[in-house]
Design a protein around this ligand. Structure first.
Ligand code: SF4
Ligand code: SF4
Length: 344
């Protein structure tokens, strides 16, 4: 049974405490789990979409960065380009936004290059994919620290380490493959024809003639339109029937991204919003801040986050998407059973 190390911190405003806790958990994990550190260990992060206010800011990672520097380990912030149109679609814009969002302590690597198509195919031979397109600069590393922000996600139900690995490490083509087959619906009653969804759609699948209409042959199921619609006209009813398939696909990608690597997972459970940091607007947290988690097992750490959020709120918070953990365990990504080691 893998261990998940945890330190409770009740407010995201306690930046120094969070940063020190992340370092303490990392040190503890390395020592107790006999983790052999490589000479190069990038930090896989999420820079937050432009306009998003609740992504985890890099000053919370200072403790981790100092620890790596003291060990003479070369590091960088590493990320991949996104599928949809925005400030994180290409390398140049992505790096600019990362710096604007304060990610200045380390060099920045966009793992899938300027157009988002530098990748290596990782063989996994699973139900949905035989090979996965993983950003080249991630695929060629032996070890990463996967830094995740635990929060909700419009498609996945919730996002943590598995989502950060699966979607976060895939090249654009890999992201597209994960999203395939999820076509949203537009309510003709709610749609006001504002054109926002059409402007956001990365493949021009939406036309607006009084109301918006989706061309099902063009749609790649990225869900960007759903996130942007100001009138909640784009339905997620399709999620119910297709979520298992989507969750399986990004979990298989997570398996590929972690394959043959000795990764470390550190998850920050603060600013726990209903939706994810890809949404370019401010959102309010839906539950209290929890603390920092660390593990060598991406399944165990996600399970521990869910359990702790539920425990603190005395109810099941993120009901949807828990199939991800079952499937992750089934394909050998990790274990839902864990031992929580709380650091006081
Ligand atoms: S963003 Fe929403 S309201 Fe605006 S055109 Fe699209 S579906 Fe209609
Ligand atoms: S119509 Fe399809 S491809 Fe376009 S934004 Fe919506 S989900 Fe994405």
């Amino acid at each position: 049974m893998n261990k998940v190390y945890f330190k409770a911190i009740d407010s995201y405003s306690k930046t120094e405490e969070i940063s020190n806790a992340a370092r303490e958990l990392l040190e503890k994990l390395v020592k107790e789990e006999n983790v052999i550190l490589e000479n190069v260990i990038p930090l896989k992060v999420h820079f937050g979409e432009k306009g998003n206010k609740t992504f985890i800011k890099s000053n919370n990672f200072v403790g981790i960065i100092k620890y790596l520097k003291e060990k003479n380990i070369e590091s960088a912030f590493i990320e991949t380009n996104v599928l949809y149109r925005g400030e994180r679609t290409t390398k140049e814009k992505h790096v600019k936004l990362a710096k604007e969002h304060g990610f200045t302590e380390l060099p920045i690597i966009i793992a899938d290059g300027e157009p988002g198509e530098d990748y290596e195919e990782v063989e996994i031979d699973k139900k949905n994919f035989n090979k996965c397109k993983i950003g080249k600069e991630i695929a060629n590393k032996k070890q990463l620290i996967i830094i995740s922000h635990f929060k909700g996600h419009a498609l996945a139900g919730f996002g943590g380490a598995i989502k950060q690995l699966g979607m976060g490490c895939a090249s654009r083509g890999g992201k597209l493959a994960q999203h395939a087959n999820s076509i949203p619906k537009i309510s003709s009653f709610k749609c006001k024809g504002c054109y926002a969804c059409a402007k956001k759609c990365p493949v021009n699948a939406i036309t607006v003639d009084r109301i918006a209409k989706i061309d099902k042959d063009k749609c790649i199921g990225c869900a960007s339109c759903m996130a942007i619609c100001p009138n909640k006209a784009i339905s997620n009813s399709w999620i119910a029937s297709l979520s298992k398939s989507f969750n399986e696909r990004f979990t298989e990608y997570a398996y590929a991204a972690a394959k043959d690597k000795s990764n470390i997972y550190i998850t920050f459970a603060f600013n726990i919003t209903k939706n994810c940091d890809c949404e370019g607007h401010s959102m309010k947290p839906i539950v209290d801040d929890i603390g920092v988690f660390a593990s060598t097992d991406p399944v165990a750490i996600d399970m521990a986050c869910l359990d702790m959020v539920d425990k603190n709120n005395n109810k099941t918070v993120f009901k949807r998407g828990r199939y991800t953990l079952d499937y992750a365990e089934k394909i050998g990504l990790g274990s839902k059973k864990y031992k929580l080691v709380e650091i006081k």
